[in-house]
Design a protein around this ligand. Structure first.
Ligand SMILES: Cc1cc2nc3c(=O)[nH]c(=O)nc-3n(C[C@H](O)[C@H](O)[C@H](O)COP(=O)(O)OP(=O)(O)OC[C@H]3O[C@@H](n4cnc5c(N)ncnc54)[C@H](O)[C@@H]3O)c2cc1C
Length: 391
């Protein structure tokens, strides 16, 4: 049933928005979720092309929300190792091994469609009011209330409205928050491939002058994210299957033998984008609406889920003290922490992309020793991994 007033309205039902709506509902709030498009049902037979490397802290969040066991039961791929090397310095390799960290896995590869499917099922079971399909086209803020207006003329009042409507967020701009955007002039080409040799539950990444190329294990297949300059991405997407497989085999230095395309291919534009404020009146900005980062570290959705985990910590703390979680100083604390974490991540990935994705001699001389050095210092390797894992 549609409501006219809720405690919190989340706009955007992607992974981050749906997780946020579920988290708020589990904390006992009256929540509405507004989404422009009905999500496609997850398919057991046809894996979705967009997959995420979910970090351990976020698997923990999804466990707390009660959806992780169902996700694991359907289809996830744990990865136990990471191997990172530079095309110009093949002998210097950075290795991360779950065994060395006393863990069974470093993280899990999960389809975007499966995460959304299970989060939405949990939202329905929880009785969260869904507005779908519904697009937010207007916002008024008055007397501590955010009034959302929909394309179809409907409206909804919320104590807090959360913009989780992606990198081109409408609610963010209606709230007056600005973004600074840096286009990488690159696209991430994604597809599933078969390799002659098994992927060994390893996430592989080779840095090429054109951009990083990742092979993520997914059952008997690998899911690739091939970052390329725009024109190169267009060119490889237009190649026939055999030529695409051959170029990919070469780009990956045949590390897993010959590569064969096993699915459709698509590409996403890559950008760094950061919002100027996470709070605009009664509107909070989270997920890609607040920060879009280069996919080279597989952290995009992880940062968004950490926005949700941070909000959850604030709400749990406020509830234990019987105070208002939306008090300005409490929300500001959350915003400060998230801005710091997300900004550091965005610029670190930026720096890595700049150092590795170019042909300048002095930088190519630096890259191998950099990776080699990091690989030879176990405390540094451990620290790098702990940061990526959110531990
Ligand atoms: C090539 C590539 C590979 C990537 N690989 C990884 C990876 O390995 N690991 C990782 O963590 N991240 C990865 N990312 C990043 C990841 O895709 C994003 O960080 C993540 O999808 C953001 O989730 P979100 O819920 O914030 O936004 P989105 O997924 O963009 O969801 C936004 C939702 O809002 C809805 N919406 C939009 N406007 C409105 C409106 N006006 N009203 C109502 N609803 C609206 C949309 O329909 C959508 O459902 C990758 C990105 C790219 C480009």
């Amino acid at each position: 049933m549609r409501r006219s007033k809720v405690d919190a309205a989340v706009v955007g039902g992607g992974v981050v928005g749906a997780a946020c709506a579920l988290m708020l509902a589990r904390q006992g709030l009256d929540v509405a979720l507004v989404e422009g498009r009905e999500p496609l049902p997850w398919s057991r037979t046809e894996p979705g092309l967009r997959v995420f490397a979910i970090a351990p802290d976020n698997a923990g969040l999804l466990q707390t929300l009660g959806v992780w066991p169902e996700i694991v039961e359907r289809r996830v791929q744990p990865y136990r190792r990471m191997r990172v090397w530079d095309a110009a310095n093949a002998r210097s390799e950075l290795c991360f091994d779950a065994d060395a960290f006393g863990r069974c896995e470093l993280g899990w590869i999960v389809e975007h469609g499966l995460l959304v499917d299970r989060l939405w099922a949990a939202l329905r079971a929880e009785g969260v009011t869904g507005y779908c399909p519904a697009r937010v086209t207007g916002l008024e803020q008055r007397n501590g209330v955010a009034r959302l207006r929909f394309e179809d003329g409907g409206r909804l009042d919320a104590g807090i409205a959360i913009a989780a409507d992606g990198a081109d967020s409408m609610l963010r701009s209606l709230a007056g928050a600005k973004v600074t955007t840096h286009g990488y002039g690159q696209r991430g080409v994604v597809a599933y491939v078969e390799t002659a040799q098994p992927n060994e539950a390893t996430a592989w990444q080779r840095f090429l002058p054109t951009g990083p190329l990742a092979f993520l294990p997914f059952g008997g297949w690998s899911s690739i994210v091939w970052s390329l300059p725009d024109t190169e991405a267009e060119r490889v997407l237009a190649l026939d299957e055999a030529a695409f497989g051959q170029e990919l085999t070469n780009a990956f230095a045949a590390r897993l033998g010959a590569v064969r395309l096993a699915s459709a291919r698509t590409a996403f534009p890559l950008r760094r984008q950061l919002v100027d404020r996470y709070i605009a009146g009664r509107v909070l900005v989270i997920g890609d609406a607040a920060h879009a980062v280069h996919p080279l570290a597989g952290q995009g959705v992880n940062l968004g889920l950490r926005d949700v985990a941070g909000l959850r910590r604030g709400i749990v703390d406020a509830q234990s003290r019987r105070v208002d979680w939306t008090a300005p100083h409490r929300l500001q604390r959350w915003a400060r922490e998230r801005r710091s974490d997300n900004t550091i991540a965005a610029y670190s990935f930026d720096a890595i992309n700049r150092v590795f994705s170019n042909q300048e001699t002095h930088l190519s001389l630096l890259r191998g020793p950099l990776l080699g050095l990091a690989g030879k210092l176990p405390p540094l390797t451990r620290a790098l991994w702990r940061r990526a894992a959110g531990l």
